[in-house]
Ligand binder design. Sequence first.
Ligand code: 1HN
Length: 356
Amino acid sequence: MTKTLAAAPPASHNISPARRDFYREIAPQNLAPLWEVLHQLVTAEPQSIIKPHCWKYADIRPHLMKACALITAKEAERRVLVLENPALPGESKITRSLFAGLQIILPGEIAPPHRHTQTALRFVVEGRGAYTGVDGERTEMHPGDFVITPSWTWHDHGNNGNGPMVWLDVLDIHMLKLFEASFREGSDSDEARPEERPRGDSMARYGSNLLPVDGSYSRPTSPVFNYPYDRTREALEAMRRREEWNPWHGLKLKYINPMNGDYAIPTIATFIQLLPKGFRTQPYRSTDSTIYVCVEGSGTTMVGGKTMAWGPRDIVVVPSWERFVHHASEDAVLFSASDRGVQEKLGFWREEKVNG
Ligand code: 1HN
């Protein structure tokens, strides 16, 4: 499938001299004719310029290790290799709305505290023993954990383990850029922030199907900031016993904010799904370009005439409104993230389920 930025407007190749003169006349007044661009602005269907792509972890890991030899986590502030969509080099975009990168932190290192209006998620890919601190509470991270840094919360990371730790960062950077609403603040010291609240406090308070009476938590983002993989996996495993497979998704759950049942992060919808060995999803498309991380198992994703094979720790991006099929060659667990929640809130998210 060939893709262009947008269909050329029908009149663009033979604009009459009178019209051209008119456009030149109005340009200094910062005016332009809509009829020359209308069909690029309002297309009959989404025209995603994003390319489907698969980043193989085995190919990336040596580059992450090399980055460690070139710069410390402290000096880099965040030692991240950006996953750039092949259609948008240099823009730090994996999709039009989302940033994604792989962050590595070595034993004994810290990534100093800062805060910003962008919300981040971490999806842990490799290692153990590192923590992330959010507003004075630390959580230890393990592979498959989904960890949240809400907008404008102080956060830092440290690795007290004995091996490198790698996670995928996904941030809503390009949404804030669109709205020109980016703020950031560093801390006076480059040292880790002290632990002000006991570990496990947020989980106990908000992640136990209980909520504090007269609580004052008021952010739109989930107060649970680590969704540990062992609990997530257990839920999938318990559910699979009924064998009620959704033809398009296998078994798919969304991560929610216990305060309101909405997505855990308002700007980044996140999901976990199980595809049993041999399962092939029915063709599906939706208007949210989606990032997938393979947690376990292996399989392929077919999209836009391309077949991408994935295994543990590989990362795949599927563009908006392109039909795709996942096939699991072994029992597979996929984490995914997209801007679906934003589109739903604003009333324009669409999906198409083929062969229902
Ligand atoms: C950031 O603050 C983190 O806190 C990771 O770990 C990646 C990418 C762009 C801007 C800020 C982090 C980031 C980031």
